[in-house]
Every structure is written in structure tokens, then in C-alpha cells.
Design a protein around this ligand. Structure first.
Ligand code: HEM
Length: 194
């Protein structure tokens, strides 16, 4: 199963992504507005990587990804709404997007969709953080809400279905996931708070 291999091979990447992203503060309820805004911005760039790339595909390529229902999963605009509620705007970053081949995009989508699992848990934790709860800037983290598990299940079905028809793409899918994680980790490093 490609999903099993993706999880196994990107666990070290996940750990790094978590490390630089206020894991302790999130769990302890001490995440500040400034830290949360930065966390959202990093997620914005990751999601834009996937969404912009998807936008460049031909109709034929989009049809190949039909089962992933990408249009229903587009969420970067929600981060912009959340940033407004936090009285902040998006800053740029210096990291160029990695080149992604079409097959690699599938692996990158695994990263953005998988991040909604942690995101769901983070949403619950942040709702208990009174400073942040007052701002109600959770449209991105709360997007799938109670349906988070369902969205993930459907994503995995689409992924395994795609893989079954394109087993020759296996290494590229894994590579795409690593590139997306590495991009997020690089953006994290490039946007540290003083
Ligand atoms: C502090 C930050 C984060 C925490 C606490 C966190 C936590 C988690 C947790 C608990 C899961 C497993 C959920 C489950 O199995 O039901 C998960 C899955 C996942 N997360 Fe994160 N996460 C964080 C950040 C991220 C980021 C930034 C990314 C992407 C760049 C990411 C990508 C993923 C992926 C791809 C999975 C799916 C793994 C799989 O089952 O194949 N996570 N995360």
C-alpha cells in the first residue's frame, strides 16, 4: 500500500515539521497570537504550493486526479481570513517552490491532507487557549471539522486507487511528499521568530 510507505518514509519529516512549530506551546495552551499567525502562514505557503501547481494542470491531468476532489479541499484562502481576524497580514518568504512533476503532486497532496489530521487536534487544543479562542480565527484548522476522518478516509481511497492504476509512479509519489515536507521545513526555518 502506498499510504503505508508514505507514512513510514516521511515520519522523520513529520517529526521535523512538528518540532519547529510550537508543539509544546500548542499542547500547553500557551501559544501566542504571534506564534499562531506564523504557524498559519507556514501552512499557507504549503497549501499554495499544492493549489498553485494544481491550477497549472491540463484538463486531462485534472481528470486523472478527479477522485481526489481537490476543489473541495482547497483551503489556503481560509488562512487569509484567519490572519485578518488576528489583525495581521501575510508576509512573504524567500523559499522558492520545489519543482514538482505531475506524479509528485500526488505525494504533496498527501502532505497537505495529512496535515488536517494534526490540524484537527491542534484546533481542539487552541480552543482551550483563551487568548486565541477569543479571536475565533479557526476557519482553516476547523475546515473539515467532524468530517476530518471522513475526508482522510476518502483521500486514502483516492490515493490507493490512483496508485493501483499507476504503480510505476510509486517512487515519484514518495519523492513529492518528501519535497512538500522539506519545503514546509525550509519555510519554517526561514521564518523563525526572534
Ligand atoms: C505541531 C504540529 C503538528 C502536530 C501536533 C501534528 C500531529 C499529527 C498527528 C497526531 C497525526 C496523526 C493523526 C491520526 O493518525 O489520527 C498527524 C498526521 C499527519 N500529519 Fe501532522 N502534526 C503537526 C504538523 C504537521 C505538519 C506541519 C504537516 C505537514 C507539513 C503534517 C503532516 C501530517 C501528515 C501527512 C499526517 C498523516 C500521516 C499518515 O497517517 O499517513 N503535520 N499529525
Amino acid at each position: 500500500m502506498i499510504s503505508k510507505r508514505l507514512k513510514e518514509e516521511t515520519t522523520p519529516h513529520h517529526n521535523k515539521a512538528e518540532e519547529g512549530n510550537f508543539n509544546t506551546e500548542i499542547r500547553q495552551g500557551t501559544l501566542s497570537v504571534e506564534q499562531y499567525a506564523l504557524f498559519l502562514q507556514r501552512n499557507y505557503w504549503l497549501n499554495r504550493l499544492v493549489e498553485e501547481h494544481y491550477g497549472t494542470l491540463s484538463d486531462e491531468q485534472k481528470a486523472e486526479l478527479k477522485e481526489f476532489d481537490i476543489q473541495a479541499r482547497i483551503k489556503s484562502h481560509l488562512i487569509l481570513e484567519d490572519l485578518k481576524k488576528l489583525d495581521t497580514t501575510l508576509s512573504g518568504n524567500n523559499m522558492p517552490y520545489p519543482d514538482l512533476a505531475f506524479e509528485e503532486l500526488v505525494g504533496a497532496i498527501y502532505v497537505t491532507e495529512g496535515s488536517s489530521l494534526g490540524g484537527h487536534m491542534i484546533h481542539k487544543a487552541l480552543q482551550k487557549n483563551s487568548e486565541l479562542a477569543d479571536k475565533d480565527a479557526f476557519s482553516f484548522l476547523g475546515f473539515y471539522g467532524d468530517k476530518t476522518g471522513l475526508y482522510w478516509k476518502k483521500f486514502i481511497e483516492a490515493l490507493e486507487g490512483y496508485y493501483a492504476a499507476h504503480t510505476e509512479d510509486e517512487d515519484k509519489i514518495i519523492e513529492g511528499a518528501k519535497k512538500a515536507f522539506d519545503y514546509f521545513i525550509d519555510v519554517t526555518k526561514a521564518t523563525k521568530l526572534n
